[in-house]
Design a binder for this molecule. Structure first.
Ligand code: TEU
Ligand code: CA
Length: 579
């Protein structure tokens, strides 16, 4: 009798497990979406390729490189803003949302670019910058002209006779002030970013309709996705109450997730997103996991993908970072999104310095191996990976010494602010040298020629001297290059759904040198081992005893003594595991 119950118990457990696996499988299958399977290549158009010798990258320049983009294997391209703009913040200050920036080309060029991408099976993601416009946008020109102008309420105005508005902090202002006095109407306007980037008033339904019309305009042209710039900030409490002292230290808590944000996102979903086969990702995801879920869970019918800043920020400390911190962050987000919602996976973008300089090691000895390691990591996590142009060939920081070399408004105004606050300017410059956004915006390094083949003229931002060693042409011809490793890794992800949808499990969590995890789906299992240090490091994990084959490796061999693996500096491998 006892045995009978035992057998019954075991059978029930097995049936339960099979049921569980079946349920998980159904869940994954019903939640499959093309944009979850995408590998997004981010291009900073100003710096990719200049077709006409004026020193500024442009759309025809990108068209010339379509076959290169295709050769990477990536399946989508996100372009930073290409709209008409006076370029106070390199296109993030838009003066006309239905026109192309003169320096970048024409609408015909855009149509040709989109067609060229689609012909190659590559989707296109449009950057939408609607927390603010440029002060040179016709709306703002009208708005500032008189208090009773029909466009007055397109922006946030505070009449000066009411006294000075409560303090609001600005990201880019040289005094850190987000309210700017405008004498024409004796009022202040709000700008969370630079003075030339006045915040649009989303509480005005007309503004929202304008935005939906812009998005539809581009969706009709055939774009496949939208990246919503600084979108968590759009909804504001327009009474502008006093905020606690030093609120800017926790800015997303005070500026993010405003009172009507969800209402507006739902409206945008109904009016635009639901009508096309597109996805939308908002830059920033509030300040908690709950915020992020509330923005992107499918049943919310708002956005489709979260893009949080927690992990990317870990690499910004001059003194370096602890691997456990990185693991903790990625694991926390993965766990929270394992069943519902979807996240972006990235360690770099145009607002950061180069990834290999921050998270890897850009010394001549370790640059290549560590860059390969980082690409292995980004392309083997659950979530949609974003690769920033140049990271596929391990471009590094340029390290400017003098403030006169910087072009970024964040650097220039940040410098002025630090000066006026009598900050330690040596420390400021050291930090800028390491973290500045200009580090990540230098021209793409195509070959060894003058200006790395980016332009025949004078580049808008200097080309890194190291283009003689680090460039596409050299790497295309070298089977062991960072570039060819990147292509291999992209292919591995595309050929193995387990790397897209498979469950992620962290192993040996407290190990400060090796990041180890498995990915599992439908009985398929992979083990990922990444040595984040510049020396050998060993790790023992059970899965290593069941290695079937090595799928990718940035060295030629792997030392495995019965489950004890010794990894060379920055060695990264993915192995298939017997289940
Ligand atoms: O960035 C918004 C943002 O939240 C910034 O804090 C960002 O982290 C900052 O640029 C770091 O220095 C977006 C864009 O990504 C950025 O390039 C723009 O400059 C900004 O909006 C204004 O449009
Ligand atoms: Ca040009």
């Amino acid at each position: 009798m006892k045995t009978y119950f035992k057998i019954l118990f075991v059978m029930t457990v097995i049936a339960g497990c099979t049921q569980q696996v079946k349920l998980e499988k159904e869940l994954v299958n019903s939640n499959k979406r093309w944009w979850k399977e995408s590998i997004i290549y981010q291009i900073y158009p100003r710096s990719f390729n200049d077709s006409n010798g004026d020193g500024v990258g442009d759309l025809r320049g990108i068209i010339q490189k379509l076959d290169y983009i295709k050769s990477l294997g990536v399946t989508a391209v996100w372009l930073n803003p290409i709209y008409a703009s006076p370029n106070d913040d390199n296109g993030y200050d838009i003066s006309n949302y239905k026109e192309i920036m003169t320096e970048f080309g024409t609408m015909q060029d855009f149509d040709e670019l989109l067609k060229g991408l689609h012909e190659r099976g590559i989707k296109f993601v449009m950057d939408v910058v609607v927390n603010h416009s440029s002060d040179e946008h016709e709306w703002f020109k009208q708005s500032r002209s008189s208090r009773d102008n029909p466009y007055r309420n397109y922006y946030h105005w505070w009449p000066a006779e009411k006294g000075k508005p409560n303090y609001r902090w600005s990201f880019f202002d040289e005094k850190g002030e987000a309210w700017k006095y405008d004498s024409i109407t004796n009022s202040y306007y709000l700008h969370y970013f630079a003075q030339k980037q006045p915040d649009l008033n989303w509480e005005n339904p007309k503004v929202r309709q304008e935005v939906y019309s812009i998005m539809k305009f581009w969706a009709e042209k055939g774009v496949d996705g939208f990246r919503l710039d600084a979108f968590q900030y759009v909804s504001k409490d327009t009474t502008f109450p006093k905020l606690p002292k030093n609120f800017e230290k926790d800015i997303n808590k005070y500026y993010g997730m405003g009172p009507n944000l969800h209402k507006y996102l739902r409206e945008m979903y109904d009016e635009v997103l639901s009508k096309y086969d597109v996805f939308a990702v908002s830059e920033g995801a509030g300040s908690t996991l709950e915020d992020a879920h509330s923005l992107v869970d499918e049943d919310r019918k708002e956005l489709q993908m979260a893009y949080h800043f927690e992990s990317v920020g870990i690499g910004n400390k001059l003194e370096g970072y602890k691997l456990s911190e990185l693991k903790k962050s990625f694991t926390k987000w993965d766990t929270s999104f394992a069943e519902k919602g979807w996240i972006s996976i990235f360690l770099n973008n145009h607002d950061n310095a180069r990834v290999v300089s921050r998270f890897g090691n850009d010394s001549p000895e370790f640059r290549e191996v560590s860059a390969k390691m980082i690409n292995t990591f980004i392309l083997s996590m659950r979530g949609t990976p974003y690769i920033y142009y140049g990271d596929e060939i391990s471009m590094t920081n340029i390290h400017f010494d003098s403030i006169s070399q910087y072009k970024d408004i964040a650097a220039i105004n940040g410098y002025k602010k630090a000066l006026s606050e009598k900050k330690d300017m040596d420390a400021f410059m050291r930090d800028l040298n390491f973290t500045s956004r200009d580090n990540g915006r230098t021209p793409m390094q195509w070959d060894t020629s003058t200006n790395a083949g980016f332009t025949t003229g004078t580049p808008w931002l200097p080309v890194n001297e190291n283009h003689k060693e680090i460039n596409v042409a050299a790497q295309e011809n070298n089977p062991n290059s960072v570039l060819n490793h990147f292509k291999k890794m992209v292919k591995l992800r595309k050929d193995n759904e387990v790397l897209v949808y498979g469950a992620y499990k962290l192993l040996d969590e407290n190990n400060e040198e090796v990041y180890a995890y498995t990915r599992t789906l439908d009985g398929k299992k992979m083990l990922v081992l990444l040595n984040f240090t510049n020396h050998e490091s060993s790790i023992s994990v059970n899965a290593a005893k069941k290695i079937e084959s090595i799928l990718i490796n940035n060295y030629s061999d792997l030392i495995n003594k019965n489950g004890k693996i010794t990894l060379k500096p920055y060695q990264s491998v993915i192995c298939s595991i017997k289940n």
